[in-house]
Design a protein around this ligand. Structure first.
Ligand code: GLU
Length: 476
């Protein structure tokens, strides 16, 4: 956690926002209208468990309604409080705007340690929390659409969707009231991996940006780059797995809440993940050095540091010791405003949260559209596309026969070309395009403006400009 002399999470987000708007020419008053959180609803409700009533505190905060529905996850953690949900809701506004997901920003949270309750108890608690939010339209396909976040996943989203259906039996679009659902409850392929996949695509975009690489003092490709990951939850696990298996990165350290595994030759992400799933801890993982003070490894020598757990983990107490030339914020707010300044001065490049972890909400957007259109992506065109490809392959095969030994088709061309895109391929393609386009818009500002020397400020500028334009269009 951040030292006591640091601003709160929400203040930290505001400081970063203020740094960016100071470089903009917004109409008087608009800056404050965009910065402030529109509303935060606090609910305290009781659930009878184990023969006694337990009272829980939950929040849903709406940061900006310049577009509706507003969007953002629901977090289950003992660290949840009003300041945190408001900071996270603000980040959702900027994130959605940056990647052009047509939503305002929102966030919810429940103060709970989910590990203390069994499945049935979690269902009772989730349904009751959902009931409180649904009856106030704080969950609604047209107004406010939650999704998973830390401590929640498809299971909770399925309960929320079902609760909404029970309370709105004739609502045709009810299933669109929440995203991140399991496939058999209206979800979309590729949503679970989406945030981690987005982190991978963001790194691809960065490694293709020569000027950006130069600013970070980095060279070469992603192959062999040493990566330290903090948090092997849904986001950290998928990001690390894809980077290792598909890009040839070396995952040299994995930091978890109870320590860190360190191996300069690289760790097997899948094996560590399975170990944690089985034992609930990284302790005892075979043949690997386990560092008790895990956070120390945030300061390890590496090429890419991926904080994918909590906010505020890189703060005034350790920022000066961070050695990574590149940090990609897979978590929301892992670098405090104070640490950001120290790192910037050191020349460390930070790929900011609002861009780096936008893969989740991007695929949530696809899921919401799928739910509203009531049809799976690719269902209409896949066979037709395959039939057209077959025509080309038939012609190439004729040519192949005609040319004899002089020419032949590349071995796996036919198989690859014939396969029409299914939902997963389309989701990945849409996500890749989104991440690349958003990177270009940020990078242009970063490289072209003399008064902008970091990607975070660039991201805020692009994002706030779009929010401001939508307020202007409304005549506000
Ligand atoms: N909780 C995720 C985030 O912080 C996803 C939000 C969503 O899909 O609406 O971006």
């Amino acid at each position: 956690m951040s030292p006591a002399n640091e601003p709160s999470f929400r203040e930290s987000v505001d400081i970063m926002f203020n740094r960016a708007v100071a470089l903009m020419d917004l109409p008087p008053g608009l800056e404050e209208k965009i910065r402030v959180c529109n509303a935060t609803y606090t609910v305290r409700f009781g659930v009878r468990l184990r023969g006694k009533i337990h009272t829980f505190t939950g929040y849903r905060s709406v940061h900006s309604e310049h577009m509706e529905p507003v969007k953002g996850g629901i977090r289950y953690s003992l660290g949840v409080n009003q300041d945190e949900v408001e900071a996270l809701a603000a980040l959702m506004t900027y994130k959605c705007s940056l990647v052009e997901a047509p939503f305002g920003g929102s966030k919810g949270g429940l103060c709970i340690d989910p590990r203390e309750y069994d499945d049935h108890e979690m269902e009772l608690i989730t349904r009751r929390f959902a009931y409180e939010l649904i009856k106030r339209d704080l969950i609604n396909p047209a107004q406010n659409v939650p999704a998973p976040d830390m401590g929640t996943g498809e299971r909770e989203m399925a309960w929320i969707a079902d609760q909404y259906k029970r309370m709105n039996t004739t609502e045709l679009n009810g299933v669109a009231c929440v995203t991140g659902k399991p496939i058999n409850a209206g979800g979309i392929q590729g949503r679970t991996e989406a945030t981690g996949r987005g982190v991978q695509y963001a790194l691809h975009a960065f490694f293709n940006d020569e000027e950006g690489m130069k600013k970070a003092g980095m060279t070469g490709t992603m192959k062999g780059k040493r990566v330290v990951v903090q948090g092997l939850g849904n986001v950290g696990y998928h990001a690390a797995k894809f980077l290792q298996e598909e890009d040839g990165c070396k995952i040299t350290a994995i930091i978890e809440r109870d320590g860190a595994l360190h191996n300069e030759d690289g760790l097997d992400v899948e094996a560590v993940h399975q170990w944690i799933a089985k034992h609930g801890t990284i302790t005892g993982y075979p043949d690997t050095h386990c560092e008790e003070d895990g956070a120390k490894l945030l300061e390890a020598e590496c090429d890419i540091l991926i904080p994918a757990a909590l906010e505020g983990v890189i703060n005034l107490s350790n920022a000066a010791n961070v050695k990574a030339p590149l940090i990609i914020e897979a978590a929301n707010g892992p670098v405090t405003a104070g640490a950001d300044e120290i790192l910037r001065k050191k020349g460390c490049v930070i790929i900011p949260d609002m861009y780096a972890n936008a893969g989740g909400v991007t695929v949530s957007y696809f899921e919401w559209v799928k739910n509203l259109s009531h049809i799976r992506f690719g269902r209409m065109q896949r066979r037709q596309e395959e039939a057209r490809h077959q025509l080309v392959v038939d012609e190439l095969e004729r040519l192949d026969r005609y040319m004899g030994d002089a020419w032949s088709m590349t071995p796996d061309f036919k198989e690859k070309y014939l396969r029409g895109a299914g939902e997963l391929e389309l989701v990945r393609s849409g996500l890749d395009d989104t991440m690349q386009t958003a990177y270009q818009s940020m990078a242009r500002v970063w490289h072209d403006r003399d008064d902008v020397d970091d990607l975070r400020t660039a991201a805020y500028l692009v994002s706030i400009e779009k929010v401001a334009a939508s307020y202007r269009a409304k005549g506000l």
